[in-house]
Design a protein around this ligand. Sequence first.
Ligand code: AMP
Length: 425
Amino acid sequence: MIRSVRGVHDILPTEAAKWQRVERAARGVFEAYGYAEIRLPLFERTELFARGIGEATDIVQKEMYTFDDRSGESLTLRPEATAGLLRAYIEHGLHVQPKPVKLYTLGPMFRYERPQAGRYRQFHQLDIEALGDDHAALDAEVITMLVELFRRLGLADRLEVEVNSLGDEASACRPRYRAELVAYLRTRADRLCEECRERTEKNPLRVLDCKTPGCRPVLDGAPVLGDFLCADCTTHFAKTREYLDASSVRHVVSPRLVRGLDYYVRTTFELTTTELGAQNAVAGGGRYDGLIKLLGGPPDPGIGFAVGVERVVQLLPDAGSPAGAERRTPRVFLIPLGEPALGRMLATATGLRARGLVVEVGYGGRKLGRELERAGRLGASHAVIVGEAELERGEAIVKEMASGAQRVVKLGELAEQLLALGGRA
Ligand code: AMP
């Protein structure tokens, strides 16, 4: 037997109802805020991610599924959606539309990570990007929309909204902070884990993310980015928070929220929960004002977020998707007895389905008793029995499964009769 690959999962029919619920809620919320769907390829040129996520990030350094195709071109399964979405935005000239251009997409992402609860190698994200506007009100709107999605899913009360400002490369507040941080970390390298020492040189902000308990004392004493923000970044952050308050979005400032991708500037945010153990983030995002230009596009600012669907589904209660709900309960189970009746019943079934009924046909050639038993197990409300004698007379026997009551109906009137028996399935 061939098993699935480590870190990837089948979403079985019993789970799919929850997935559909999340996707429906997301489409509803995103579209209410003016977002349009864009569907993107699952693989791109490797170079796009190296540039768009950042050479120094964990994702690019060690987590990408990269391969040469048969023509020798290096391709990568997308580890996140932003880079591909921006590539499409630039390639198709979507920036000529009224700004901000608002797009959403959803689908699988691929990262070669160490699989554990809530962390997989193929996982799914809902992703939105708002491009071409750098007003703080947009930052607040994006975060509000994210919270609204969770509110509609009944999960908002179980989540905390964390926000932070990362300053800006261009306005020099982040470079100044980075230099300060590196100096601090270098003098305390002996009290940091190996990964932190490595990151100090390659991607120092990420050191703040370290989960190793031994590193905590040093990290807790580290300089805080908030103290280094320039006037513009300070105002932007204060305004964002003000608009969040105006939208009644409760949030906390989390000074060490730095996130994994290189390109974030100013506003970053995460939705976290205490219910999922170590993998506590269900969604995260931020502003990335220099990125579109870096990828060869216009100098448009942007902001976006990604929701981890597996983690959301894990938080959803099972109620609303009872076991067995994966297969729609047929209203009608047709039982043709004999070959000529089977042909006729297949056509009848098509007609009934077109009228909105959920219909199954027992074509197994089993005995009547066995077919009725199957109709019962599937939960059909009515069985329709057509043997050779009925077929000759142009009739069918309609049996109400619950009571066992039977009556004879003209085949030509079957649809009307069944619909009259109790609305649509
Ligand atoms: P990121 O793109 O890393 O900012 O991740 C955004 C969200 O995607 C996170 O908050 C998680 O909910 C989810 N996520 C990221 N990586 C994984 C993974 N390997 N497995 C499952 N969910 C993930």
